[in-house]
Write a protein that binds this ligand. Structure first.
Ligand code: MG
Length: 396
């Protein structure tokens, strides 16, 4: 099968976005530009071999900053005065050995892999193919200077999207002819194909594949990207972190576990209060935001943390998660020790963890305990360990 290329047209000035914001394709959506999102939809698609971006002559520098290099990405070409001229520049830059080309708007960053595949499948049947959605609202025609409004029958009306797919040689020839023979501008490549007498076919489009044109489109797009990871949308961004800690037991009169002092003939030894429960929970929370571990935030060599009450560590991790936009869904910790007995203190420990984490619903806080069946250092009563899991929901 011949290889598929895509021309991404990103040479526009975005007049409808309002002044002073710069071309819309270079505005940020989350951690990357609109154009980078669009390009990634195609570089990640296994049926696309080459991506040719067409840019405005003034944008070379901003393009280099806005777009990451990728093996499928060809050096950008400079567009023309109109969208049609820019498409032609992109198509002309492609090696003629390629069989098929898709043309896509740079400001449609949410094109799905299914839409791209649908268009490619259409071209394989030797047809020009474009995705389109049926018009759902009643359509009115209101012309400037006329008071009369007309209702247009929406039967058979569709809204055209991109990518639009063609056999490369056919669309290239049609563009060449159109540039020579026609004065008016075509607003999409399918219109050129229709004019040239090529057979054009519609496939199911996707309402999510909208074009960012107005500030309102941009805020819709920004909302949508709050749940994105590497260009892919996560319906719900749920993250899980785990934590483990152990401290040795030495002489003393009690241990502090999950913020609760439990009388015992030994104490846990450590730089801080050696609360393995809160330490494991702190690491679990840090794990949900990729923020290192407790030792990187509170170095054991730092005298400030000597004898420190460990609720400060957990409070810090809770604050970092909140700053990252996370909401704690659940905290679960298991204490592993032969003694003291945890059961009688379980509820006090849950309440203390809930207080520190700012959680009201106690079903979201779990404290469990187990012995180590008298084996190993825990079994011999030399130390206590804790395992923790945190679940945090983002962007909802
Ligand atoms: Mg520790």
């Amino acid at each position: 099968m011949s290889e598929n290329a895509v021309v991404i047209v990103a040479a526009g000035r975005g007049a409808r976005m309002g002044s002073g914001r710069g071309p819309k394709q270079y505005l940020m959506l989350g951690d990357r530009t609109v154009l980078q999102h669009t390009i990634s939809c195609f570089t990640q698609h296994r049926e696309i071999a080459s991506v040719q971006v067409v840019i405005h002559a003034d944008d070379r520098e901003v393009y280099d900053k806005a777009v990451a290099k990728h093996p499928k990405l060809l050096p950008p070409v400079i567009g023309g005065k109109t969208r049609q001229a820019s498409c032609k520049a992109g198509i002309d830059a492609l090696p003629s050995t390629l069989g098929t080309v898709l043309v896509h708007d740079g400001a449609r960053p949410f094109v799905s892999a299914a839409t791209i595949s649908g268009v490619i499948a259409g071209i394989a049947e030797h047809m020009c193919t474009l995705p389109a959605t049926a018009v759902a609202d009643t359509v009115k025609r209101s012309l400037p200077g006329q008071t009369k409004i007309e209702t247009v029958d929406r039967e058979g009306l569709y809204l055209a999207q991109t990518p639009q797919g063609f056999l490369l040689a056919e669309i290239k020839a049609a563009h060449e002819r159109a540039a020579l023979e026609i004065d008016r501008e075509f607003t999409d490549d399918a219109a050129i194909a229709e004019w040239a007498g090529m057979q054009v076919r519609l496939v199911q489009g996707d309402p999510g594949n909208f074009k960012i044109t107005t500030p309102s489109d941009l805020s819709t797009a920004q909302q949508r990207t709050s749940n994105m990871n590497d260009g892919r949308t996560l319906p719900i961004d749920v993250r899980t972190g785990t934590g483990y800690d152990t401290h040795i037991l030495g002489p003393g009169d009690g241990v502090i576990l999950c913020g609760v002092k439990i009388p015992h003939h030994q104490s846990l030894q450590g730089h801080s209060d050696a609360d393995v429960g809160l330490h494991a929970l702190t690491d679990a929370l840090l794990g949900t935001i990729g923020a290192g571990d407790i030792g990187s935030h509170f170095p054991p060599t730092d005298p400030e943390w000597k004898g420190a009450s460990s609720d400060r560590f957990l409070e810090h991790a809770v604050a970092l998660v909140a700053e990252a936009g996370g909401t704690i869904s659940n905290l679960d910790v298991t204490i592993i020790c032969e003694a003291p007995k945890i059961g009688p203190h379980r509820d006090a420990m849950r309440k203390e963890v809930a207080r520190i984490a700012g959680i009201e619903n106690l079903t979201r806080i779990s404290v469990k305990a187990t012995t180590n069946e008298k084996v190993g250092f825990i079994g011999r009563g030399e130390g206590i360990a804790a395992l923790a899991t945190a679940t945090v929901v983002f962007g909802s």
